[in-house]
Design a protein around this ligand. Structure first.
Ligand SMILES: C[S@@+](CC[C@H](N)C(=O)[O-])C[C@H]1O[C@@H](n2cnc3c(N)ncnc32)[C@H](O)[C@@H]1O
Length: 287
């Protein structure tokens, strides 16, 4: 917990008051978010606004725009380019090659945050000569992060670890250590140390379709099925009931044999496990 909000600790009743206020003032519903992490986010909001739950609820009632702002502050948007290198090795060597003979490869990043996961995928697709046949869709509940994702410009110093992960994923093959490729960063992004930015190349930025989508609603807004759905480090914020609802949505939205890729510390529990074959942290839709 952050040192500044260590002293704020809200009760279940306070959390319920907050959830109901959001529900009454908007079409967002946090009822099935995981209690612990939602409470921590509410505590942080109370600390940032130096108020208590009654103060926040009354501000939400008076200012409808404030609800949208609070909703964005509830979300945790941490992400990285090639986050969890082993997952990307797996995607590169084990998953994407399965779809190489498709005419089209449909990919959905659900909970894409500021887009680094999407650019990681686009870079890999290009390396495997699959970019042209890929259709990449990316969604998040938070429109601020979607705007950042569309721009594809990130802080260089803050994200310096990106280059290390890029090297590991793009240049090395953990299944064959003799293999080593030489790929320059400038093929995919421009680094401007004076401006402190990493800027994704236009051919990558033009490719994905970014849309706002709240997974709580249980809808696939794209009217297409997918070969691969990535939903990494999102479901940890949901309780089992909501996780299961989202697994149902993903099951409906995948082609048979399609892959659901979760975060490396996440796994599927509950009734939907019968409908997928588990391969590590990936789940393949059974026919
Ligand atoms: C920690 S980030 C994960 C980003 C990326 N997938 C990764 O693993 O690096 C979680 C994202 O889930 C989004 N999120 C949270 N609740 C959501 C919901 N109900 N519907 C859609 N996205 C949601 C947040 O806005 C945030 O951007």
């Amino acid at each position: 917990m952050d040192s500044e909000n260590r002293e704020i600790s809200i009760s279940n009743e306070d959390a319920a008051l907050f959830i109901n206020a959001v529900k009454n003032q908007s079409d967002y519903d946090f009822s099935d978010y995981s209690d612990k992490s939602l409470k921590r986010r509410i505590e942080k909001i109370l600390s940032d606004y130096k108020t208590d739950v009654y103060g926040i609820v009354s501000k939400m009632r008076k200012e409808p725009e404030f609800v949208e702002k609070v909703v964005k502050e509830v979300t945790v948007n941490t992400t990285e380019l090639f986050r969890d290198v082993s997952a990307w090795h797996n995607i590169k060597f084990r998953i994407l090659p399965k779809f190489k003979d498709n005419n089209v490869i449909n990919i959905w990043h659900a909970g894409c945050s500021t887009g680094q996961e999407v650019y990681s995928m686009l870079i890999l697709l290009n390396e495997l000569y699959l970019l042209d046949k890929a259709k990449v869709y990316a969604t998040d509940i938070n429109t601020d992060v979607i705007e950042v994702a569309k721009k594809g410009v990130y802080k260089y110093r803050f994200n310096i670890g990106y280059l290390d992960s890029f090297d590991k994923v793009l240049k090395e093959n953990p299944f064959n250590y003799d293999e080593h490729k030489d790929i320059s960063y400038s093929k995919y992004f421009d680094i401007d140390k004076a401006q402190d930015t990493i800027r994704m190349k236009p051919f990558l930025r033009e490719k994905p379709v970014f849309r706002k989508l709240d997974l709580v609603k249980g809808e696939n807004i794209f009217y297409t099925k997918f070969d691969i759905i990535l939903c990494r480090n999102v479901l940890i914020y949901f309780n089992n009931k909501l996780q299961n609802k989202v697994f149902e949505l993903f099951h409906k939205s995948l082609y048979d044999g399609g892959y659901l890729i979760l975060g490396i510390h996440e796994s599927m529990l509950g009734p939907m496990t019968a409908k997928f074959e588990k391969k590590g942290t990936n789940y393949v839709k059974k026919p």
